[in-house]
Design a protein around this ligand. Structure first.
Ligand code: ADP
Ligand code: MG
Length: 291
């Protein structure tokens, strides 16, 4: 049966926008040592915008954008939606691709007007060619925290598109509060090393793991649990669900995907990251009352 102190703490949490799916999670939280965060949509707003586009010499920009928009029109990745918005702003018209394959964690490839295209991360189009493109401009863009997406056509790398996703206004504060509680913080992201380093620094994370495929996030959590025992994972996306389930405590952003909300043990009702530290304090206080 549930203790009165636990019950009161759960209802107190709910009044403050933290939904606990059971008293056990509240108790677990008082032992928390480390928290892993997804990047896009969790630490950041999840609404990236195109800031730069460098196109191979001799290739008309409108033609390239039309092909890229056509490929991305079949993907629901936040980066894809940002590229589409960018193309629409430039009044580029595009059709559906003839053929398409969405490769989760890598990018999208397909055929548009009989020509083969790939849109995605550096490794998807060949890492060396990607970073050699345009005199290494991609590394520079990544160093400022921008996500780089590469485009490849039948002749090789055709363009690099940079996108910036702003960190949430309360991310730094949330991380600082967690550090005050002695919690070790880690960012897990599929994004490249350079971009991840810049964002992790900006958001005050203790450390980060970059180029993390969805299935690797689960392995990283298992490793973290071995090291720190009680580890939470905070995420918002469908891709985060396996990691949320693996964590000692899964925490979902309230405006995240249904799958994330269902899988999580705790839900932050208004995407309110500083509430995590508040919940930890609540759990410690409750433990003192129960004991
Ligand atoms: P995150 O963990 O930040 O949410 P993902 O694992 O979804 O990132 O994607 C990793 C990388 O793969 C992206 O940074 C991007 O370079 C590339 N990528 C994945 N899907 C797409 C897409 N639809 N369009 C362009 N690039 C993509
Ligand atoms: Mg996400």
């Amino acid at each position: 049966s549930i203790m009165p102190a636990t019950l009161s703490a759960i209802s107190n949490g709910a009044r403050h926008g933290i939904l606990f799916k059971g008293g056990m999670h509240l108790e677990n939280l008082s032992n928390l040592k480390a928290i892993a965060f997804d990047k896009t949509g969790t630490l950041t707003k999840g609404k990236p915008e195109v800031t730069d586009m460098i196109v191979r010499e001799g290739l008309p920009e409108q033609e390239l954008l039309a092909a890229v928009a056509s490929i991305e029109s079949q993907s629901n990745h936040p980066l894809a939606q940002a590229v589409i918005r960018f193309a629409q702003k430039q009044n580029v018209s595009y059709s559906a691709p003839d053929q398409l394959e969405d490769v989760a964690g890598w990018g999208v490839k397909g055929v548009v007007n009989g020509k083969q295209w790939k849109v995605g991360k550096a490794d998807f189009v060949g890492r060396e060619a990607a970073f050699a493109f345009s005199g290494g401009k991609a590394s520079e863009l990544a160093a400022s925290g921008k996500t780089t997406v590469f485009v490849e056509d039948e002749h090789g790398v055709a363009a690099v598109i940079a996108l910036k996703d702003l960190i949430r206004e309360d991310t730094k504060q949330a991380l600082d509060l967690l550090h005050q509680e002695g919690i070790y913080t880690i960012m897990l992201t599929g994004d490249n090393e350079t971009t991840a380093r810049a964002i992790a620094k900006e958001a005050h994370l203790d450390t980060f793991i970059a180029e993390c495929l969805p299935e690797h996030k689960v392995d990283q959590l298992k490793k973290l649990i071995k090291e720190h025992e009680t580890v939470a994972m905070v995420g918002d996306g469908i891709n985060d669900a396996p990691a949320l389930a693996t964590a000692s405590i899964g925490i979902a952003m309230g405006e995240g995907s249904d799958v994330a909300l269902e899988t999580a043990d705790i839900v932050l009702m208004k995407n309110d990251l500083p509430k995590i530290a508040e919940a930890i304090r609540l759990s410690k206080k409750m433990r003192r009352i129960v004991k």
